[in-house]
Design a protein. Structure first.
Length: 436
């Protein structure tokens, strides 16, 4: 593909919030007279207009099944091919290492079932108490084959993994080490590169749940050297779909449960039935949005105008995430500073302002005398959208003793959020705490 560039690619890590926010039509809503403040990103982010257009455009012009001898079917084949290329750029792999599915949970169950075919008594799988249950229950189900499940401990004071304990539990019988890139409940970012290395040193596979990390930081599966990595695209500004990266040799070697008519070719052998083509079209549009965010600095009068190939899109995505990380670090610093001033509030997770690179801007809190549901309801009435409960991180809420009394209030920021929105939620929480 040819490239035409006017001016250099921008290395500026600043983020033009006005440009970003106008991409997302839902951000202009109001609730009970208040501006809608979307702090529910950990449960699912909003989508840019181009994603909406891609979905409706597919349904309007190319709605067909695959592998047909006619135009709209061939166009659908191209939509899927384009999306594999987009996600390959997003994750840093080859397009035939990308598998689509309904969500990360479904894909993880499918892969655990396939891996479990080769496991039996004496084999071990290592999990963590920090993870979403989608990276726990699929592996725990292999107990029926005699597999032993081990758990790495956490440090309760800051909700981080105890890497020493994790390393001590990896041994010659360990077959899979399954960990999250980041905690969807408390925001902790795990040192997954080190964990992958520890697993490989013992001959085990490393399975990474990147669902919560994907909207906040760049993913490079080649650099991580992980065997498998799963994410859900609706957590990073795309439609409700799941994506699995697998090293080509694993996708070819393991035997999936599938219908007979499905091909044995990689990666299609892992995709059963008809895929969600319209949402797959939206995935490409989302990756292109993120690439544009990095490719063009909207603050500059010198804009980069280009038709870019795969290498350039990957580089643009890296630039995008540098800007996203810088902006979210500012939000996290402001949020942490404000939370410490609220009477009766307890924060679960990293609170040290010098360790912002070790957490996402996702905050789990409780306020004395108020249930998380009560807090979420009061905030929701004021147009501030948050979550209450356990967010399927059940092992963590049980471990921290909050599962029986409502879990946490979770407040999650992404790159389209503003410092004003940080101040707004802090003000509302302070008001609730003062009322008692």
């Amino acid at each position: 593909m040819t490239t035409r560039t006017v001016g250099p690619l921008q290395a500026d890590t600043s983020l033009d919030l006005a440009w970003v926010r106008v991409q997302f039509p839902s951000l202009s809503q109001r609730v009970n007279g208040h501006p809608a403040t979307f702090l529910d990103g950990p449960g699912g982010t909003q989508v840019p207009q181009r994603v909406i257009d891609a979905i409706s455009g597919y349904l309007r012009e190319n709605n067909a099944n695959t592998c047909g001898a006619y135009a709209t079917s061939r166009n659908t084949d191209r939509v899927i091919t384009d999306a594999r290329s987009a996600m390959a750029d997003f994750l840093g792999c080859d397009s035939d290492e990308i598998v689509f599915g309904p969500n990360m949970t479904t894909l993880t169950f499918a892969m655990s079932r396939a891996i479990g075919r080769e496991l039996g008594p004496g084999d071990e799988i290592l999990l963590t108490h920090l993870d979403h249950d989608a990276n726990i229950s699929p592996w725990r189900a292999l107990v029926e084959r005699g597999v032993k499940i081990q758990f790495a401990e956490i440090r309760e004071e800051d909700c981080t993994l105890n890497l020493e304990d994790l390393a001590s539990k990896i041994n010659s019988r360990t077959r899979v080490v399954a960990v999250g890139y980041a905690s969807n409940a408390v925001g902790t970012i795990n040192d997954v590169k080190t964990i992958v290395r520890l697993a490989h040193n013992a001959g085990a596979m490393a399975y990474i749940d990147a669902v919560h990390y994907a909207p906040h930081g760049p993913i490079d599966v080649r650099d991580l050297d992980c065997d498998l990595l799963a994410c859900s695209t609706y957590k990073f500004f795309a439609p409700h779909m799941g994506v699995l990266y697998g090293k080509r040799e694993h996708l070819a070697r393991f035997s999936p449960y599938k219908v007979r008519a499905n091909t044995d070719a990689v990666p299609q052998r892992w995709e059963w039935g008809t895929l969600n083509h319209e949402c797959i079209a939206g995935i490409t549009a989302c990756v292109d949005y993120l690439a544009e965010l990095g490719r063009e600095n909207p603050r500059s009068s010198t804009r980069t105008q280009t038709l870019m190939g795969a290498f350039e899109r990957r580089e643009a995505l890296k630039m995008s995430y540098r800007a996203i990380r810088a902006h979210e670090r500012t939000l996290a610093k402001r949020m942490l500073g404000g939370l410490t001033q609220i009477r009766g509030l307890r924060l679960y997770g990293i609170s040290d302002l010098t360790r912002l690179d070790s957490r996402c801007p996702t905050f789990a809190v409780r306020i004395e005398g108020h249930s998380p549901l009560e807090l979420a309801t009061k905030l929701g009435d004021r147009g501030i959208f948050t979550w209450d409960g356990n967010y399927y991180a059940i092992n963590l809420t049980e471990r921290l003793g909050v599962e029986k009394n409502g879990g946490f209030l979770r407040i999650g920021f992404v790159h389209y959020n503003t410092e004003e929105e940080v101040d707004r939620v802090l003000e509302e929480l302070a008001t609730v705490s003062q009322l008692g």
